[in-house]
Design a binder for this molecule. Structure first.
Ligand SMILES: Nc1ncnc2c1ncn2[C@@H]1O[C@H](COP(=O)(O)OP(=O)(O)OP(=O)(O)O)[C@@H](O)[C@H]1O
Ligand SMILES: [Mg+2]
Length: 716
C-alpha cells in the first residue's frame, strides 16, 4: 500500500486519499490528474472501501481506457477485466447490450458511424423528396447530433421558423428510420442509455447502488447529456471524483461546456477542490512555450504550472516549401532519432485536420517506417472492411438498410439504380425494411434482388454454428468479396485487410473478458460488430509493433510522448479558419488545442509549417500560424535559418532540404521554363518518369505542377 502512494506529491496524495466525498481536481496539463485518478481507484480498492465491481471510471479514448486498466492491474492484484472503465460511448453501449430489451433495441443492434449516418440522412432526403441543397445532409447530421447531445428528441425540439420545422421533421423521420432498422448512431448510444435509466426505476436503482465511486477524467469536455447521465448514476449516493483542466477544453463544437466545472461545484457541493501545479511531463522550455501560448486566452480559471525538470532542449521550428517537403523533413528526423535509439512509439506526429495524414503516411510508407494512425480513416472504416462488416450486420439484423444498400450490389450483381429506387419507394410505402420489401418486387429487379436475399439467407444458415473467425472467413469468401478483390489490380492490400479482420475476430475479447472467438452464438458476432464501430484504430495491421504514432490533436488528448511533431502550423489550418471565423471564442478554442498539442511532449518538440499545401484537392498558399509568434523566440531553434537565396516567409528562411528527384533537380532550386520563365521548385512528387515538380514562378505564372518528363526545366 505504501508503494501505491509513494511518488506522489502532497496535493496528489491528498487527492488520492480523500475520504468518500465528491471532489474536483482542477489542474493543468501533465500535473498528474490521470495518475491521481488511477491511483485513487487502486487505493479505494486496496483499502477495501469498494470492490472492483463498484467502480465506474470514464476516460476519453479507448486507448486511455486500456492504459488505465493496465496501470491499475500493476497497482493492485485484482482482475481488472470486466471493470467498468471506458469511454462514455463504450460504457453506454455495454449497458444497452445488457438491457437491449428494456431499451427497445434488437439484441444485435448496430452502431452507425458518422459516414453511415450521413448516408442514411441522404437516403431519407431522397425518399422524402427534399432538396439537399436547401437542407445539406452534413448540416442535418450536425443538427440531429447537437439535439441529442442536449438530450432533446425531435418531439421536444424547439421550432421557431419554417426552416427549423422542416429540419425537425427530418430529425423525426431519421429517428423513426433508425428504430425501424434497429441501429444507433453515436449520440443515440448516450441518449438512449440516459432515457433508459431515467425511465426504468429498478434498473436505475440497481446501477446507482452498484457504482459507489464514479471517476471522470477530462471532465472539462463533458457535454450536457453526459453530465446529466453522470448525475443520474450518482443519484444513489455514489461519490463523484472529477478531474479536468479548463485550458484543455477542446470539444466546445460538440457541445462540451466548461461551465460543467462550475455546475459541478454547485450541484455536488464539492468543497474538495484540489489544484495541482507541478508538471512532471515536460521539460522547462516546452512548458514555457505552452504557458506563453495559453496566457493569451482571456477566459481562464487560471493556473500556474512549473517544473523542476530543467529547461531541456530548445523547441525546433522548421518551415518547409510544401506539405510534401514537410513530411520528408519529419520522417527524416524520425529515422535519425530511431537510429539513435529512440523507440518509434515515442515519436508522435500531430495534425489539426485528419486530411493531413495522407501525405505523412505516404512518406512514412515510402521510407519503410512502420506507423500507426489513430482516428481518421481507421481500420474498420476502410472500404473492404466495411463491406465485409455490412454482410455480417445483415446476418444479425436484416432490417439494417444501411448495410443492405452497401452490399446489395457489391460485388456487382446487375442490380441497377432504378431497381433500388423502386425498392426504396416500396419499402417507404410499406413502412418496412428494404430486406422485407424485396419480396414484393417483380420483374428483373425481383429476380436480382431476390438472389441477393437468398445469398444472405444461405450465408446465415451456413454460418449459424461456426465460431466467429470462421463466420467472417466464410462470408468474405461466399459473398464474392474475396474474389472481387483478387481480380482487382490493387486488391492485394484489401485482401490483407480482410485477413486482418479475421485475425481481429480470432483475438477478440469482449468487455467482460470473455474470448468471443469460440463462442458460436449470435452474441459473439453482435459484440464484435459493436467493437468494430467503437474501436479507434488500435487493431490496425502491425499490432504490437514499434510504430510512429499519427493522430489529430484532438485524439492526442491525455497522451504523452518523448518526441512530438506538430505539423501544419499555418494560418487557416491551425488555427483553423472555421474556428477563427467565429471570432474570439473560436480562436481561444484553437489556442487551447495548441496548448494540448504542445503539452504532449516530454523531451523534444518540433513545430513545422509549409508554404504550400494540397488540401481537399487544392493547393493553398500558407503563412505561418500566429501561434508560432506567441512563443518567445529565445525558446526556439530555427532549423532552416542558414540558407541564402530561398524565399523567406514569416521570419523564416528556407533551405533546400531534400534529395534530388530527377535530372539533378531538387526542392529550393531555381529553374527556367520556356513559357513560364524563372521560378523556384517548392516540392516534388514521384520518381523517374512519374516525377512531378511544383514550381513557384512568382507574380506572373504563379504556382504550377509540372511533369518533369515533358516540362523541360533548366537549372539556372
Ligand atoms: N508525483 C509524480 N512523480 C513522478 N511522475 C509523476 C508524478 N505525477 C505524475 N507523474 C507523471 O507525469 C506524467 C503526466 O501525468 P498525467 O498524465 O497523469 O497528467 P495529466 O494531468 O493527466 O495530464 P493531461 O492534462 O495531459 O491529461 C505521467 O508520465 C505521470 O506518470
Ligand atoms: Mg490526463
Amino acid at each position: 500500500m505504501s508503494d501505491l502512494l509513494a511518488n506522489l506529491n502532497s496535493p496528489q496524495l491528498q487527492a488520492v486519499t480523500l475520504p468518500p466525498v465528491h471532489a474536483l481536481i482542477l489542474a493543468g496539463a501533465g500535473s498528474g490528474k490521470t495518475r491521481v485518478l488511477t491511483t485513487r481507484i487502486a487505493w479505494l480498492i486496496s483499502t477495501n472501501q469498494v470492490g472492483p465491481h463498484g467502480v465506474l471510471a470514464v476516460t476519453f479514448t479507448n486507448k486511455a481506457a486500456r492504459e488505465m486498466t493496465a496501470r491499475l492491474s500493476s497497482l493492485v492484484p485484482i482482475n481488472v477485466r470486466g471493470m467498468w472503465i471506458g469511454t462514455f460511448h463504450g460504457l453506454c453501449n455495454r449497458l444497452l447490450r445488457a438491457h437491449y430489451r428494456e431499451a427497445g433495441l434488437p439484441q444485435t443492434f448496430q452502431i452507425l458511424d458518422s459516414a453511415d449516418q450521413l448516408a442514411m440522412v441522404k437516403r431519407l432526403l431522397k425518399n422524402l423528396n427534399i432538396d439537399d441543397e436547401k437542407y445539406p445532409p452534413r448540416e442535418l447530421c450536425h443538427f440531429i447530433n447537437a439535439h441529442k447531445e442536449q438530450g432533446v428528441r425531435a418531439a421536444q425540439a424547439e421550432v421557431y421558423d419554417h426552416y427549423t420545422q422542416k429540419r425537425v421533421d427530418i430529425y423525426a423521420e431519421y429517428e423513426a428510420q433508425c428504430n425501424r432498422e434497429g441501429v444507433c448512431d453515436f449520440a443515440e448510444l448516450l441518449l438512449r442509455c440516459f432515457e433508459l435509466l431515467q425511465r426504468n426505476e429498478p434498473l436505475r436503482t440497481h446501477y446507482q447502488q452498484r457504482f459507489r465511486h464514479i471517476l471522470v477524467d477530462e471532465f472539462q469536455d463533458t457535454n450536457k447529456l453526459q453530465y446529466a447521465w453522470l448525475q443520474l448514476l450518482a443519484g444513489g449516493g455514489a461519490k463523484v471524483f472529477a478531474v479536468g483542466d479548463d485550458d484543455q477544453s477542446i470539444y466546445r463544437f460538440r457541445g462540451a461546456e466548461v461551465g460543467n466545472m462550475r455546475d459541478f461545484e454547485r450541484d455536488y457541493c464539492a468543497d474538495n477542490i484540489i489544484r495541482l501545479e507541478q508538471n512532471y511531463r515536460s521539460h522547462g522550455n516546452i512548458l514555457a512555450a505552452a504557458n506563453a501560448i495559453i496566457k493569451n486566452n482571456r477566459e481562464r480559471l487560471g493556473k500556474n504550472l512549473w517544473t523542476d525538470a530543467g529547461d531541456g532542449e530548445p523547441i525546433r521550428a522548421f518551415e518547409a516549401y510544401s506539405d510534401i517537403d514537410e513530411a520528408r523533413f519529419i520522417v527524416d528526423e524520425i529515422r535519425e532519432l530511431v537510429r539513435d535509439g529512440v523507440p518509434a512509439t515515442q515519436c508522435a506526429i500531430l495534425y489539426r485536420s485528419n486530411a493531413q495524414s495522407r501525405v505523412l503516411e505516404h512518406e512514412l510508407f515510402t521510407k519503410g517506417v512502420p506507423y500507426k494512425v489513430y482516428g481518421g480513416l481507421r481500420f474498420f472504416e476502410r472500404q473492404e472492411v466495411k463491406h465485409a462488416l455490412a454482410y455480417l450486420r445483415l446476418l444479425g439484423n436484416p432490417d439494417d438498410d444501411t448495410a443492405f444498400l452497401r452490399v446489395v450490389n457489391f460485388p456487382t450483381r446487375g442490380i441497377g439504380a432504378r431497381s433500388l429506387e423502386n425498392l426504396q419507394a416500396t419499402a417507404h410505402q410499406m413502412n418496412s425494411s428494404l430486406y422485407n420489401a424485396a419480396a414484393s418486387l417483380t420483374g428483373k429487379a425481383g429476380q436480382t434482388v431476390g438472389a441477393f436475399i437468398r445469398l444472405v439467407e444461405t450465408l446465415r444458415q451456413e454460418t449459424e454454428k461456426l465460431p466467429l473467425p470462421e463466420i467472417i472467413e466464410h462470408v468474405v469468401e461466399k459473398s464474392g468479396l474475396a474474389q472481387h478483390y483478387r481480380l482487382e489490380k490493387e486488391g492485394q492490400e484489401r485482401l490483407e485487410n480482410l485477413d486482418e479482420l479475421i485475425n481481429a475476430a480470432a483475438t477478440f475479447v469482449d468487455d467482460d473478458g470473455v474470448v468471443m472467438a469460440n463462442a458460436g452464438e449470435g452474441g459473439a458476432l453482435a459484440s464484435f460488430l459493436a467493437h468494430a464501430s467503437l474501436e479507434s484504430g488500435e487493431h490496425q495491421a502491425g499490432e504490437g509493433q514499434e510504430a510512429v504514432q499519427l493522430m489529430s490533436v484532438h485524439a492526442a488528448k491525455g497522451l504523452e510522448f518523448d518526441i512530438v511533431f506538430i505539423s501544419g502550423l499555418e494560418q487557416g489550418l491551425f488555427p483553423h479558419e472555421n474556428a477563427v471565423s467565429e471570432g474570439r471564442e473560436g480562436l481561444e478554442e484553437e489556442r487551447r488545442l495548441m496548448y494540448v498539442a504542445v503539452t504532449r511532449a516530454r523531451q523534444r518538440l518540433y513545430l513545422s509549417c509549409a508554404q504550400t499545401r494540397m488540401l481537399h484537392g487544392q493547393t493553398r498558399y500558407c503563412t505561418a500560424s500566429s501561434f508560432l509568434d506567441e512563443i518567445p523566440t529565445e525558446l526556439l531553434l530555427k532549423l532552416n535559418k542558414k540558407a541564402a537565396a530561398a524565399p523567406t516567409w514569416g521570419g523564416y528562411t528556407a533551405t533546400a532540404s531534400s534529395e534530388p528527384v530527377a535530372g539533378g533537380l531538387r526542392v529550393g532550386q531555381t529553374v527556367e521554363h520556356a513559357k513560364f520563365g524563372v521560378g523556384v521548385i517548392v516540392s516534388t512528387e514521384g520518381r523517374g518518369a512519374d516525377a512531378r515538380v511544383q514550381v513557384n514562378f512568382g507574380g506572373g505564372a504563379g504556382m504550377k505542377w509540372l511533369a518533369l518528363e515533358y516540362a523541360k526545366l533548366t537549372p539556372v
